[in-house]
Design a protein around this ligand. Structure first.
Ligand SMILES: Nc1ncnc2c1ncn2[C@@H]1O[C@H](COP(=O)(O)OP(=O)(O)OP(=O)(O)O)[C@@H](O)[C@H]1O
Length: 227
């Protein structure tokens, strides 16, 4: 049987008392690349937040990287985040330190101790996103696409089972978006599972893959038409 990385059954997602999504049923298996699309306000970010423990799952069932979202306790959230790689639209790099130190900071915060191993790991992930020569730079010295590649490198540090990317190309021009997408595709080819929320239909057409749509407070799989 294929490894199930993420499964929701009859899940409802709320922002405070407001129902955002209901009867969500889905299953993502190891190695899949899945898009999550939908209009502004349709619930994509709320959905992603539920998956990384920022919004509690109060109704239905959900499991992600072998953790139960319904019974997830506050103190289990760091453990969940360690098994996930999360990439945001606005990169969220720490502006006051270099790329290298941004990566070392995360390694330290996630329990790494050996300095040489930490440096080697930082270089390894930078290499994967083709940023190995830029470790000494500060985030503001990088282009948006480069910052996002560093953010992807950061997401890879702890070898996550699942990468959640919420509008990772939302702040990038079309050409840079394609470059970032190529990086995500390469990562997916090495067997990592990726769930990516996006508005970018051009990317969907260029890199077709399983697509889920949030609409009318439901999430359903859509069949992509080739153009
Ligand atoms: N912190 C919050 N408190 C209350 N309601 C919220 C909160 N965040 C979002 N919402 C509401 O939840 C609904 C879904 O919003 P969400 O941000 O998940 O949509 P989205 O599809 O990600 O939109 P976008 O593409 O603009 O990011 C919206 O009606 C929004 O107003």
């Amino acid at each position: 049987m294929a490894d199930v990385i993420l499964e929701l059954k009859n899940a409802s997602i709320f922002q405070r008392e407001n129902l955002v999504l209901s009867e969500v049923n889905l299953r993502v298996e190891k190695g899949e690349f899945v898009y999550l699309i939908g209009k502004t306000g349709s619930g994509k970010s709320s959905f992603m937040k539920t998956l990384y423990g920022d919004l509690p799952l109060k109704q239905g069932e959900g499991s992600i990287v072998e953790l139960d979202l319904r019974t997830l306790k506050e103190k289990e959230i760091p453990g969940l985040r360690r098994k996930l790689g999360i990439v945001f639209q606005d990169f969220k790099l720490l502006p006051d330190r270099t790329v290298n130190d941004n990566l070392l900071f995360v390694l330290k915060a996630t329990g790494w101790k050996d300095k040489d191993a930490m440096q080697a790991r930082a270089e390894e992930v930078l290499e994967k996103v083709d940023m190995k020569t830029k470790g000494f730079k500060f985030p503001h010295q990088l282009s948006g696409g480069e910052q996002q590649r560093v953010a992807i490198a950061r997401a890879l540090l702890n070898d996550p089972e699942l990468i959640l990317a919420d509008e990772p190309t939302g702040n990038l021009d079309p050409q840079t978006s394609v470059e970032v997408m190529k990086v995500l595709q390469e990562i997916n080819k090495t067997g990592r599972t990726i769930l990516m929320a996006t508005h970018d239909y051009a990317l969907l057409l260029k890199y077709p893959s399983k697509t889920l749509k949030c609409d009318g407070s439901k999430v359903f799989e859509v069949v992509q038409r080739s153009v």
